[in-house]
Design a protein around this ligand. Sequence first.
Ligand code: M6R
Length: 614
Amino acid sequence: MCGIVAYTGPKKAYPILIKGLQRLEYRGYDSAGVALLNGDIRVYKRKGKVSELEDFAKDKNLSGSVGIGHTRWATHGKPDNINAHPHQSGDGNIVLVHNGIIENYAVLKEALSENGHTFKSETDTEVLVHLIEEIQNQYNNLPLEEVVRVALTKVIGAYAIVVIDKKDPDKIIAARRQSPLVIGIGEDEYYIASDATPIVEHTKHVVYLGDGEIASVEPKKELQIKTIDENETQIPAIQELDMKIEQLEKGGYDYFMLKEIHEQPKSIADCMRGRISAEDGWVLLGGVEEQAKKFAEAERIIIASCGTSWHAGLIAEYLIEDLARLPVEVEYASELRYRNPIITDKDIVLAISQSGETADTLAALQIAKEKGALIYGIVNAVGSSIARMTDAGSYIHAGPEIGVASTKAFTGQVTLLTLMALSLAKKRGTITDEYFQKLLVEIEKIPGKVEQVMKLNEQIEYIAGEIQHANNALYLGRGYNFPIALEGALKLKEISYIHAEGYPAAEMKHGPIALIDENMPVVVICTNKSAYEKIISNVQEVKARKGMVIAIVTEGDKEIKKIADYTIEIPDTEEPLTPLLSVIPLQLLSYHIAVMRECNVDQPRNLAKSVTVE
Ligand code: M6R
């Protein structure tokens, strides 16, 4: 969602801001803007892409070594030039960009209007900058950081903001509650951004601003951090970024999504590195070991996540219940947070999240924490809010994922959850030594097998061409592959805008079968060993109604080949590991269809990579 970037130091701010905004494009947005301070303040903003902002600004005055920039994902007010950020105070001196939602903006707006403030936009953000101006006028001579802090004590909602003031020209104030902000510390200069991607090419030294904290940065001066509510000084914890610029480039691929699909043999191997040895017969997750007592006493695991991460959670339910015989409940974080759930200190709540910033997942975790459960994060983005708020956790080490459609993060999550299920199964004595060893051997082969699946790309591209004009598609799977049906359908709809539904194959006859005709492509994942005969019957049922069947089968399959229109053969593996292979053709299928339909694969309409508002 919205992206923030800011700079103060000796360099020209504009190129840093524009490059930073381009780095943040992946988060999803519909307008962009910058404000530059050099004696006066100039604000340039445009509906549309960062390139449109650049075009608009190219013959304007772009001087200034202090500036703030923003990509806006519209919440309050349509995407247009007026609602785009930055927003200015009535006197034009204070400028602000914001990510989040000010929930009490209507009440504040009314009070400010009564005091003579007038507003140009429909946004909640403009209310905040007027509130800051109002506080500044009330308390003469208060430093900017204190003015902003006092204003924020009157605000209800989620926010990450950066603020500049013409009267205090080198300083930038940054504050956050629930939305992330990272401060990069360079040589006599500071960078601020929603995540580290705009910062990494300038400095590796960063401070992740804590929730409810406000920072003041000024070149050649120490970084100052306080808490917003208590006004207590905090000592900045400087961390080293473990991110490379190449990870943020397309590296010769047309799209980040394609690059990320192809990175999976490596990202899965990276996820397993140091955590498993089939040769020595062990699997070990640091976070689980750290909390061994809690895991030993746990009566239940609750998983809270959203979207693709929720699908990974569903696979975990199969894995952990099947292998470790521990009850698992999988919840949409957005539902869990509002439904007065029963959670006790005997529960472990797992949060699965690529970004580590999903607002609903964070809120669900907060509830679980208050109820005394151990909260455990399975996260990709290092240093993210979820990673920092959990009691323990495991990073999936997939590297930055830029394409909005999650691919390598999903297989990383499933890999990690498989390791967790195996580790718990071993500790709980619910798995035989032979089967444990067999799964260790097999999971170590997964990166190589994923590599093999990549070789099916041409065949998958051909099938994509055959179904690219469909208006609807159905995805069916059973057992471990039911969540893969959901994931395949989500991938298709989010990047190609084809309506798709995922269903447990046997549920088809309870409704969706009515949709099947010769225009309906039905993707069936048929690699299951346990329910193979049943899946054949499901495929027959589709064929009997003239549906076009695209079947993902195990290499050497004979039966389904006879009846399906297309079969995609993936390598054989143990049943609990099949999701790691069966999802790959579905990622490629949706990618090719989206390219053929000329969709913006990496930045699909309306979507955001980090969903930082509820
Ligand atoms: O960062 P998270 O994993 O918490 O994000 C959750 C969902 O927003 C995310 O998986 C979304 O569904 C993706 N666009 C799916 O490709």
